[in-house]
Unconditional design. Structure first.
Length: 330
């Protein structure tokens, strides 16, 4: 199956669904992606992922000479078996079928079909991997080490690490922050302790940061012009400015810098990433008694079930408490 072994259209990924290049027999996929973009405001990366999943599936349907309008649950089962035989992980298969489920629901809503063939298939089982986190001690070591680097690059990185750990921002939300998002005033700019950020699906949420993070970003503001001079106009708009075409620090660059600073601080670079800092933020809050619903709101999760994965930290804390306090454990 060419589409799975070698993902289709990997080199043609425009930002908008309306600019995607489809043949006439892919009109339903085009309509679906346009709906997801216009009505649900999905992010560009999600649009790319949906597109690839659907084009892979379209290739499969073409190989067996049927269409999505005539496919059955048996065809979906055959597709799952093919994915598995091509070495696709159970987690990825579940994600692909989830995309198809949404796609078929769209076809039903548009009256193209009257049933969803993905609803009665057996999906491969996989274990939910608990999120990796840094210990509170490792976080302190990392931040203490960052505070010692007084170069412009060091001050910027320090501000980014403080901010992501203080707020639980997604890395895409962090790097795309604008100066006006977190600072108010005209000449004498002042950092806000709360500000709005637009997350997945264009959903806005309130971000709250502590005093240490606020001081770190204020220190960075003093030298921010170093990263704006002789750069693109966009670099003056984004808070974490850079020479990249986007005008701001890229996710990949931030991840690389995070690995470098972790090595210098004596922390295993394989155990750190922007997402792990976000996980650590949530896990440490829960460990110290924060309500799960509050953490859900701070992370921007639309469903509480997504946030519940962090309850493993509470379980670990309860076990430790039992070992420390139960008379028969002493």
């Amino acid at each position: 199956m060419p589409g799975i072994a070698n993902p289709l259209f990997a080199g043609s990924i425009p930002a908008l669904a309306s600019n995607l290049f489809f043949s006439n027999d892919m009109q339903y996929i085009e309509q679906y992606l346009e709906m997801m973009l216009a009505e649900r405001g999905i992010a560009k990366n999600s649009l790319i992922s949906y597109k690839r999943d659907l084009l892979d599936y379209q290739q499969f349907l073409s190989d067996i000479k049927i269409t999505e309008l005539t496919s059955s649950s048996d065809d979906i089962d055959q597709y799952i078996q093919l994915l598995s035989s091509n070495g696709i992980s159970a987690r990825s298969i579940n994600r692909k079928i989830s995309t198809l489920k949404s796609y078929y629901n769209f076809l039903i809503s548009e009256s193209y079909i009257d049933n969803n063939p993905t609803l009665i298939v057996d999906l491969p089982k996989f274990n939910n991997k608990l999120p990796s986190i840094l210990s509170i001690e490792d976080i302190k070591i990392l931040l203490d080490f960052c505070n010692q680097d007084l170069s412009p690059e060091g001050i910027r990185l320090c501000a980014m690490i403080h901010l992501i750990y203080a707020s639980g921002l997604r890395v895409s939300e962090l790097v795309s922050l604008k100066l006006t998002d977190i600072f108010s005033g005209y000449k004498n700019l002042e950092a806000r302790s709360t500000f709005l950020v637009k997350g997945k699906g264009g959903k806005e949420r309130l971000v709250v940061i502590n005093d240490k993070a606020r001081l770190a970003i204020e220190e960075y503001l003093k030298i921010r012009d170093v990263f704006c001079k002789n750069k693109s106009p966009l670099s003056k708009i984004y808070f974490f400015s850079s020479i990249s075409s986007a005008g701001h620090m890229t996710r990949q660059n931030f991840s690389g810098l995070l690995k470098q600073i972790s090595i210098k601080a004596g922390i295993d670079p394989n155990n750190i990433s922007p997402h792990i800092l976000r996980h650590s933020f949530a896990s440490h809050l829960l460990e110290n008694g924060a309500d799960l619903r509050v953490i859900q709101e701070l992370l921007g999760h639309s469903d509480i079930s997504t946030t519940q994965i962090y309850t493993h930290v509470q379980t670990k804390h309860l076990k430790q408490t039992l070992q420390d306090c139960h008379p028969l454990e002493k």
